[in-house]
Write a protein that binds this ligand. Sequence first.
Ligand SMILES: Cc1ncc(COP(=O)(O)O)c(C=O)c1O
Length: 416
Amino acid sequence: MTVSATLAANEAIAERRAAGLEVLALGFGEAGIPVHPLLSQRLAQAAGRTSYGPVGGLGAAREAAAGYWTRRGLPTEAGRVLLGPGSKPLLYALLHAVGGDVVLPKPAWVSYAAQAQLIGREPIRVPVSEGEGGVPEAEAMEAAVKAARAAGRDPRVVVVTLPDNPTGRLASERSVKALCETARALDLVIIADEIYRDLVFEEESFPSPASWAPERTVTTTSLSKNFALGGWRVGAARFPDSPLGSRLLGSVLGIASELWSSTPMPMQHAAAYAWSDPQVLVDRVTAARRLHGSVANAVAEVFTDAGCAVAAPQGGFYVWPDFGPLRERLADRWGASTSPELARVLLDAFGVVVLPGSAFGDDPSALTLRVAVPGIYGSSDSERLAALVADDPVAMPWIAESLDALREKLAALVAV
Ligand SMILES: Cc1ncc(COP(=O)(O)O)c(C=O)c1O
């Protein structure tokens, strides 16, 4: 197991900066906004909670997470919720608890495949519908699962991401319903990673798989993205109210007891507050959503203007340009004909840090990149806070400068 591609990109940035070289850091999936003072206050107030807590989480935090989901249209009892130190270990515990082979959308967030490999399984990758992201196309999934079973493999679970990292797209209700029906017919567990759920740019009905396949969908969330608290490490999983759900919950609880014992207690106090949706934090997430949406759209436009194919971002803080239309030029001028080669040219010749689509399971020849936009929100908390509250974030001088720099670098990259 090598260091996760996202963390490796972070190290590349540190090295270039240490060498005094310019960097446009668009690699790492950090939300890039300062912590809300009320969350810091809750955390500090609970600093004395130094004992191990209950393995599944404090009652108050589980209640709050249940309320969070109930208010979002998924009625939830606190007893169906488990907390963990981030959603990532919960996802791993889930894959372990389900056992068997793992079906993933192509592309998909880096760590699902790595986690599948940790439990000894090569993922079965299924393309997403044209222009969508995060949810395998149902008919292709049916064919892939049947072929895998015929070949003696044992697919038991599909992971979906709504909205998606890396593509920034939100799967359509049609795709999600079809996925749910097919998963039921194939008897697959659905893991719905909804960590970016509160960061969908346009208010619209959210296509949660748990609405259509309630008996088999486990949903995960955390504070890492909407409140930019990745380093605090607190997440939650919602289990179905079904025999399958009870079995998985018991199994994940057992794994948790041997891996992390309990979620850090001070974090749980902060999370209990955040998941109760106080208006002041709802406003904070609304501001974050606006910032991500305006910068992601501006960045998408820069890549489009350079000649890439880019589907408009719909949620989260990622853009997924496809340099396919520029393939010949990139091969002639830079000798780059795969996404890792393209990402390497952007880093070495232009100081632009992005991740190649291949890190997310896309074909290396596809020339796709994942661009994480919070890297240009500012270089200090005061700049990032100003961007967060700005009416027009892309007009903030440092963001506008970064967008101009990106525009110039891409123009030089694709110049004939
Ligand atoms: C799609 C997705 N799921 C899960 C995670 C993990 O988040 P955490 O463990 O911080 O809750 C991330 C973080 O990058 C992510 O992008």
